[in-house]
Design a binder for this molecule. Structure first.
Ligand SMILES: NC(=O)c1ccc[n+]([C@@H]2O[C@H](COP(=O)([O-])OP(=O)(O)OC[C@H]3O[C@@H](n4cnc5c(N)ncnc54)[C@H](OP(=O)(O)O)[C@@H]3O)[C@@H](O)[C@H]2O)c1
Length: 520
């Protein structure tokens, strides 16, 4: 056993050895008194520091309107860390060392004078790299991004010139627009004063270990890669299900809906990783080129084709784990006759050589029986020769499930003989679990993403053309739905797997949803 482990260790290929060393860097967080900073950003930076992954030296400057002293802000962050840290208790000594690098700049995003103040704070650092290697994290409303970059530019803190690209970077938070035209407008505002290479659009989903593993799994295992095409695959199901309803986020959700909130970003990102062609290298641009190429190969739907290929749903009252759940229309801040979708299922076809005519089914919804994200690749059946007579369609086809969360892992489903004197065949499952193989290692997605942004690697961030292509896929669907009332088949009780119309969508081609199963 020990020998085997040593062999595995020898065969471990550390791709990160080629990664650029992180250089001394100052991170400026706009929106530093907000929820995201306290809940995600500072806990992530603290853990990176604890694991000695931040550059030395580094500085963090928080920028927000509220009056605070540096010491007051540090205390607030410490209290938030006690609450939100993934490791507890917080290590006092590590925190003290970390916090010594954190300071505050009170200012207003709309006020040019505030940026001068920020520039003065930066100029006071004695390390040249801390003054020039700058990461601006825009944790504010997207409507303020344009102003921030303009002021940073006029203050000389953000330069667009070629050589500056690696020196100053902008990290921007979702949402990247509300539709194609607002996304284009936002991108135009950002690129007035920064090159595309300086912009890091963050989608925390891409920071998840298992999402990154999709590429490693596909391209480092020849047995699977050879099956990853229309000759072997019957169809693919991508499910992102949530057990929670919209709860207190009704106001936001009324503007968004499941299509904008989940499909435009998370589901299309996962689809791109599952279906893209091998990139020519592991460079960020090569990977992103292939993702965009895949998104562009998705067959566009004419308005008349949308009803046959896309299903929306909205939850009515129901029950989950014995607890009653209200109907969406009875949630706070939701219109009593709202037509906003809390569920979407769609069939997409990818017009390229590899996937011609293979359906990709995507679905997501709220108030479903289980929270899970998974990709199920359903293979074709064997020819009906040996077992057809007795088993018929009961003989299940093989499937690989990539479980993204929870209980991250990979399952392979195949048929085996039931032991005994009778001849019975039934599906069995081989399961690889991350936790059992590697131990429970669950860094927050933000840790990985922040580290990549600090080191200037854009692989896990979304490029402008990815965002805009994704909007051009979902916008026509939104337009057709408009304010059209929902039909009876589009409602589903909370605690079920979605509306009847979603089952019918798959039944059209003889398919059926395979729901995520709890892994014990
Ligand atoms: N929270 C999350 O988990 C999460 C997740 C994904 C994406 N996001 C996105 O991240 C961004 C920030 O979210 P959040 O939840 O942290 O928002 P938030 O709690 O409302 O915080 C907004 C921040 O912006 C600052 N701000 C607003 N106007 C300002 C101005 N004129 N000048 C200077 N500072 C100003 C506020 O500072 P003062 O209050 O001191 O003025 C506050 O620090 C949003 O775009 C959101 O959509 C958030």
């Amino acid at each position: 056993m020990e020998d085997l482990e040593q062999l595995d260790e020898l065969l471990t290929c550390r791709l990160e050895l080629g990664r650029k060393a992180v250089e001394p860097c100052t991170i400026v967080i706009f929106g530093a008194s907000g929820d995201l900073t306290a809940r995600k950003l500072i806990p992530a930076f603290y853990h990176l520091y604890r694991e000695k992954q931040l550059p030395s030296p580094f500085r963090i400057i928080g920028f927000a309107r509220r009056e605070k002293t540096v010491e007051g802000w540090r205390q607030e962050l410490r209290a938030a860390l006690d609450q939100f840290s993934r490791t507890k208790p917080v290590d006092d000594a590590v925190w003290a060392e970390f916090a010594a690098n954190v300071s505050y700049c009170q200012g207003d995003i709309t006020d040019a004078g505030s940026y001068k103040k920020l520039a003065n704070q930066l100029a006071a650092f004695d390390n040249e790299r801390l003054r020039r290697n700058l990461l601006f994290y825009l944790a504010t409303s997207p409507s303020q991004f344009g102003q921030v970059v303009e002021h940073l530019h006029h203050t000389g803190l953000l330069q667009k010139e070629d050589g500056a690209a690696r020196e100053q970077r902008l990290v921007v938070e979702k949402p990247f627009g509300h539709d194609l035209s607002t996304a284009q407008q936002l991108n135009a505002e950002l690129t007035r004063f920064a090159r595309e290479q300086q912009i890091f659009r963050i989608d925390h989903y891409l920071g998840k270990e298992t999402v990154q593993n999709i590429l490693m799994f596909r391209f480092s295992n020849s047995i699977f890669e050879q099956l990853w095409n229309r000759q072997s695959v019957d169809h693919v199901q991508i499910t992102v299900s949530e057990k929670l309803g919209v709860g207190s986020r009704g106001g936001y959700y009324e503007e968004a809906g499941a299509l904008r909130d989940m499909v435009q970003n998370h589901l299309l990102q996962v689809l791109a990783l599952v279906a893209m062609e091998p990139p020519v290298s592991l460079e960020a641009e090569s990977i992103r080129d292939e993702k965009v190429k895949l998104l562009k190969s998705i067959r566009p739907m004419q308005p008349g084709q949308i009803a046959a290929n896309v299903v929306r749903g909205q939850y009515t009252a129901g029950e989950i784990d014995g607890q009653p759940r209200p109907a969406y229309r009875h949630e706070p801040k939701v219109k009593p006759d709202s037509t906003v979708e809390t569920y979407v299922a769609m069939r997409l076809l990818i017009d390229n050589w590899r996937w011609s005519n293979i359906p990709f089914y995507l679905r997501t919804g709220k108030n479903l029986p289980l929270s899970a994200s998974e990709v199920r690749v359903q293979f074709r059946r064997t020819p009906h020769v040996l077992f057809a007579l007795q088993c018929g369609s009961r003989l299940d086809a093989n499937a690989i499930t990539l479980r993204l969360q929870p209980n991250e892992g990979i399952s392979l489903r195949f048929n085996g003989k039931v032991p005994g004197n009778s001849v019975e065949i039934r599906p069995v499952r081989m399961h690889f679990s991350y936790d059992s193989e590697f131990g429970a290692y669950t860094p927050e997605a933000y840790e990985r993403l922040l580290l990549e942004a600090v080191s200037g690697d854009a692989t896990l961030f979304i490029r402008r053309d990815e965002v805009e292509t994704a909007w051009s896929i979902v916008d026509p669907i939104r337009e057709v739905w408009g304010d059209r009332p929902l039909s009876g088949k589009e409602f589903y009780p909370a605690g079920t797997w979605g509306p009847v119309a979603a089952d019918e969508l798959l039944a059209q081609r003889g398919h059926a949803w395979r729901h995520p199963q709890p892994v014990t």
